[in-house]
Design a protein. Structure first.
Lengths: 278, 447
């Protein structure tokens, strides 16, 4: 056992040291020069949530009829923000840190991981804020909260895979940044995040059947799982309660694994040449 | 007495280092490159977008050409060596360094490194102006692969060497550029790696700091556990620090061995390249070479023997000319000191009167025993008597650029190439031997 730890340390120790250094620096620089400094990391999501709450819950009255809906909405949006933030920063990370990659040898997947880590830290802070909102709205937590880490790991895995793929492509084709911006909108609206899934499914017909397929998207599935397990097990549709077929139920998880493996594979295959190409 | 003792110990260590330099092959190999080749794609099209890539693909344009930068390089560096890599610009030195540092990967061949290699392709990698000096040291250290505890251990050393104690909690953007470089360099050389890879970083900081660095190199040279690989253009530092050196030209190893002979080869190659360039320029001009004209279409100074001279040699050369106008004419030869500048000697305008017209070769010789090491150039001009001034001769043509003759003196007994004249040419002696004891210089003692 200790030997395994030793080998792991020998292999990933350096990567870990660099990762810690980069993440720390990024976090330190994020609110550099502002008066409130690090307080912004909590204040910003809090204020954004207030805006969204007023707009969606009060003005638009977007709701599935349950009192917890505003919190569910906030949770969904902050989860999606995690995906966009890490993909947006991460896909440029190899090029942005090109200066480093050209001058020093270190495992270059670290720059992508550090970008997603930065987003993950923001996400963690957001989750705390969501928790506060949830407590105020009188959410009844169940044993399913214990499953939350699993869902978050899945969301992280699919995001990391996606970011690795796009970061690799971005080195060769800068167009991918613009393509992703459009794609991001498409994915966002093809997921039941700002609208409840019942909004579409209740209308019946072919579209309703198709809408259920939205849950097969691993991002949608993991975000729904997070909402389901964290706040609203009763009202949130997930792939587990919408489909009976196990092949379909497991499809998002399989997709997640495929995207992650593909991302790692592509990145590893090309990463040796990044320093030369840039 | 104590000082005397110290000197003795120092000498012993120096002797040990010298012995080691001879016995380097017995130490284990820490870095080996075998048959390493590297080529780069040079884009010929501006293709950084999907659209252009697609258009190129449909038209079957590759969009790049291959540039072979390194060809079949093999060498080994043993533990404790101070290994110099020299070569002209564009010869592939930096690429080799990046291959050693694993930033690039070789196409063919292999590079093996054992021990912790700390590369300094550039100083202060990852330095961020918004962070404090202290934070930057830790970040830079982390990038070089040191844990926080390891950096804690060397932090004081780094700060002391950089002489920035009171500024460490200031943001880097408030540092002067000299201070930034000092900090970066201190991290570089205080970092406790087994193999240090340095790319022309010696020329930083003020004189005092450079002296400190020089001391550090002398010190690390004596440490048999530390290996240093130094890429530089400065032959002075190669000779001063390196135990062995390698010269790369056009992607190939052209010389390897003791620093003295490698640096001589480098000096010769540089002169050769200069001459080639001048020849190209002249060809491009078409007509007469620079300095010549229709009255005198040929005038050049050529050394009889292409080699590195010592002060014991006599420099023999000939002047070849073509001059058909009747009447007296003269050759005037001036000796230029390339590095120190100035004209060391001139024959005078109306001294060497030529007896033969037409196409001729005239041989001359010149002793070199007065000079220290240096690079010299002989410039010959062809002159006719001035109609107005009987003491002077007007210049008809001059043999400059590729027509001039360049030579190099490298004398093993040369104590210091700073001055032009050596000890046998000039000595300063005290008038009163009671006041001054003349201690013979060390190299003279060896003689």
């Amino acid at each position: 056992m200790t030997k395994m730890v030793e080998t792991l340390r020998a292999r990933y120790g350096y990567a870990l040291v660099v990762l810690r250094g980069l993440v720390k620096t990024d976090f330190r620089l994020r609110y550099q020069g502002s008066f409130l400094g690090i307080a912004w990391s909590v204040l910003k999501p809090l204020m954004l949530f207030c805006v969204m709450y007023v707009v969606f819950a009060k003005f638009l009255r977007m709701s599935d009829g349950t009192p917890t809906y505003p919190v569910v909405l906030l949770l969904g949006i902050s989860s999606w923000q995690f995906v966009t933030e890490s993909a947006g920063v991460g896909l440029r990370s190899v090029v942005d840190r090109g200066d480093l990659l050209r001058k020093i040898h270190f495992p270059n997947y670290i720059v992508v991981v550090s970008a997603t880590m930065g987003a993950l830290i923001s996400y963690a802070i957001n989750l705390v804020v969501v928790l506060v909102f949830a407590l105020f709205s009188g959410v009844q937590f169940t044993w399913r909260v214990a499953l939350l880490p699993l869902s978050i790991i899945e969301l992280y895995a699919v995001t990391l895979g996606l970011t690795l793929i796009m970061a690799t492509m971005y080195v060769y084709f800068r167009d991918i940044a613009h393509i992703w911006e459009v794609l991001q909108q498409l994915i966002f609206y093809a997921m039941p995040i700002i609208y409840p899934l019942s909004y579409v499914t209740d209308r019946g017909g072919l579209l309703a059947t198709l809408a259920r397929l939205e849950l097969l998207n691993p991002i949608a599935q993991s975000i729904q799982d997070i909402r389901h397990n964290f706040i609203a097990p009763e009202t949130q549709p997930t792939v587990w309660n919408q489909f009976d077929n196990w092949a379909l139920r497991l499809l998002p998880v399989v997709l997640t694994v495929i995207i992650l493996v593909l991302g790692v594979y592509l990145f590893r295959r090309n990463s040796k040449r990044f320093a030369e190409v840039m | 007495m104590a000082g005397n003792n110290g000197a003795v110990v120092r000498d012993e260590r120096e002797i040990a280092a010298e012995q080691f330099a001879r016995n380097y092959a017995k130490a284990p190999v820490v870095l080996s490159a075998s048959h390493v080749s590297k080529a780069f794609k040079l884009p010929t099209e501006q293709a950084t977008g999907l659209k252009q890539a697609f258009i190129n693909w449909t038209r079957g344009i590759k969009g790049y050409k291959m540039q072979q930068v390194l060809k079949d390089i093999s060498f080994e560096v043993h533990q404790g060596e101070f290994f110099g890599i020299v070569g002209r610009n564009g010869g592939g030195k930096s690429t080799l360094l990046k291959l050693i540092s694993q930033i690039y990967y070789p196409e063919h061949g292999e590079i093996h490194v054992s021990g912790k290699l700390v590369p300094f392709i550039e100083l202060g990698v990852g330095f961020n102006p918004e962070l404090t000096g202290r934070e930057n040291v830790y970040l830079n250290g982390a990038l070089l692969g040191f844990t926080t505890e390891q950096i804690d251990a060397m932090y004081d050393d780094i700060v002391e060497f950089a002489e920035l104690g009171e500024f460490m909690d200031q943001k880097l953007k408030n540092y002067s550029s000299g201070m930034q470089v000092r900090l970066a360099f201190s991290v570089a050389i205080k970092a406790q790696g087994d193999i240090l890879v340095l790319d022309e970083v010696l020329a930083v900081g003020d004189e005092a700091f450079q002296r400190k660095c020089s001391d550090f190199f002398t010190e690390i040279k004596k440490d048999p556990t530390k290996t240093v690989i130094l890429v530089t253009h400065d032959m002075g530092s190669v000779k001063k620090y390196c135990t062995r050196a390698m010269m790369i030209a056009d992607g190939e190893v052209v010389a390897m061995g003791d620093p003295e002979s490698v640096s001589q080869k480098y000096t010769l190659a540089n002169l050769e390249a200069e001459r080639k360039l001048e020849k190209e320029r002249q060809d491009a001009r078409g007509g007469y070479p620079n300095g010549l004209n229709e009255r005198c279409p040929l005038l050049r100074t050529v050394a009889c023997e292409q080699k590195v001279y010592t002060a014991d040699d006599t420099f023999r050369f000939y002047v070849e000319y073509q001059f058909d106008e009747p009447g007296d004419f003269y050759l005037a030869i001036a000796l230029h000191d390339i590095r120190r500048g100035g004209i060391t000697y001139d024959t005078g305008a109306k001294v060497l009167r030529m007896k033969r017209h037409g196409h001729q070769k005239v041989y001359f010789e010149m002793p070199l025993n007065l000079f220290n090491d240096g690079e010299f150039r002989l410039v010959t001009s062809l002159r006719t008597p001035s109609p107005t001034n009987p003491d002077f001769a007007d210049m008809v043509a001059v043999a400059i650029e590729s027509n001039a003759c360049t030579f190099v003196i490298r004398d093993p007994h040369c104590r210091d190439s700073y001055a032009l004249l050596n000890d046998s040419a000039l000595t300063i002696t005290p008038e009163n031997a009671d006041e001054v004891e003349v201690v013979p210089p060390r190299s003279a003692a060896k003689k």
